[in-house]
Design a protein around this ligand. Structure first.
Ligand SMILES: Nc1nc2c(ncn2[C@@H]2O[C@H](COP(=O)(O)OP(=O)(O)OP(=O)(O)O)[C@@H](O)[C@H]2O)c(=O)[nH]1
Ligand SMILES: [Mg+2]
Length: 392
């Protein structure tokens, strides 16, 4: 078991195989095929970067910067430019020093995104990382739309060894948030991570519902540090950008969790996200098990992409070492994941996506913003709900 496990850097490198084939092979052909640094060279490079999902903005920046450096350093041969490109991509993607401040504060991490992108999985993985750091973590199952959603998250909570608060199937997700935020305050939890239902960004009432949940958090726990992470599926390429833009309209996005980077040829999207949206990719997912989420590290990512040796992060700790704590939690994950993998949500399964939708799905501010009683464990259990999850 343990000997089969690979370090995160190896998994990242392996996961980026297709992206590497897609981008790096073409880039090498330009660097080592062209005989001089001329307009054709820049044009070919530009084309490959754009085709590799790196995005127009980032590509323009990279090319402009390269032109300047070529002049400054009096470079003559295209092969001398590869290092410039690598440095330039790293520069584009570097995550600011404050990006992970939430780890040091009492925080509420709100996880949003369209259907099936890997939100619930990422909540479980993130909970495990934070638990591994010795944090007191609570997770909120605010996806009450899909019958199996609570069970799926409960299993992740179990794997990560953290508590979870949920609501009855079909309950107002805002009421789950209300309960969870108050429980987090009462129990002096370090980080509350809230899973939410997948929603299409063009469904107005569902997007309004996100705003409502946000307002409840602000109102109930104004002092908490807020982290709104959008989960984007790396395999969807440019679509991920439009999803992030739409969600950015209803929530102040503070970061991206980019999932399914294993096995996609579109990994270049990580560069595009950073430069087109100006929102940092904070975590990337490279697989389905609990250890397959890692803090995004630009140097490590670009080194893996270009197969450059030296997978060390800025703190001088290899990703493998940093991840060791999560090792013992991974054993059961695959089997149970398969059991629970009935999670493709048809649009019609989601309230608001269907003309026959019940009125109760309409946003009812009064329903869940009204409760002003303090939430205690007793209060919560008294509510006549079909299913409610508590693990203390
Ligand atoms: N290969 C791979 N699969 C992943 C990754 N992250 C999530 N998945 C898979 O993607 C599928 C959907 O994951 P979920 O976590 O249920 O996605 P979700 O966004 O919560 O889905 P909804 O709640 O239905 O909107 C599952 O089969 C996960 O195992 C990843 O980084 N790599
Ligand atoms: Mg989910």
């Amino acid at each position: 078991m343990a000997e089969e496990k690979k370090g995160f850097f190896s998994r990242l490198k392996e996961g980026l195989n297709k992206t590497r084939d897609n981008i790096v092979a073409g880039i090498d052909a330009v660097f080592y095929g062209a005989s001089e640094i001329d307009d054709d060279f820049y044009e070919e490079l530009e084309e490959i970067l754009i085709m590799g999902d790196i995005g127009v903005n980032a590509t323009n920046d990279i090319i402009e910067r390269m032109k300047e450096e070529v002049k400054k350093r009096h470079l003559r041969h295209p092969s001398e430019c590869k290092e410039l490109l690598v440095e330039s991509i790293k520069e584009q993607m570097r995550v600011g020093e404050t990006a992970y401040d939430f780890e040091k504060k009492q925080s509420i991490v709100f996880i949003i995104g369209v259907n099936g992108v890997g939100k619930t999985t990422s909540v479980g993985k993130l909970a495990s990382i934070l638990k591994g750091q010795g944090k007191k973590v609570l997770i909120a199952a605010a996806d009450t739309f899909r019958a199996a959603a609570g069970d799926q998250l409960a299993e992740w909570a179990h794997r990560a060894g953290v508590d979870m608060i949920g609501g009855a199937d079909g309950a107002d997700p805002a009421s789950v948030i209300f309960d969870a935020v108050n429980a987090a305050k009462a129990r002096k939890v370090d980080v509350l991570i809230c899973d939410t239902a997948g929603r299409l960004h063009n469904k107005k009432n569902l997007m309004e519902e996100l705003k409502k949940m946000n307002r409840i958090i602000d109102r109930e726990f104004p002092d908490a540090h807020r982290e709104n992470l959008i989960v984007l599926d790396g395999t969807t390429g440019q679509n991920a950008l439009s999803q992030a833009r739409e969600f950015g309209e209803v929530a102040n996005l503070t970061g991206v969790i980019l999932t399914k980077m294993d096995g996609t040829a579109k990994g270049g999207i990580a560069v595009a996200i950073q430069s087109e949206l100006n929102v940092p990719v904070k975590y990337i997912g490279v697989g389905e098990t609990i250890e397959d989420l890692q803090k995004f590290n630009a140097d490590e990512f670009v080194n893996a992409l270009f197969d450059i040796k030296g997978g060390e992060n800025s703190e001088g700790v290899t990703a493998e070492e940093a991840n060791e704590d999560a090792d013992d939690m991974s054993d059961t994950s695959k089997d149970v994941e398969e059991e629970l993998a009935e999670n493709t949500v048809a649009e019609s399964d989601i309230p608001g996506n269907d003309d026959t939708e019940k009125d109760s799905n309409a946003i009812d501010e009064s329903a869940s913003e009204a409760p002003d009683a303090e939430i205690s464990e007793e209060d919560s259990t008294e509510k006549p709900k079909k299913k409610k999850w508590f693990f203390w």
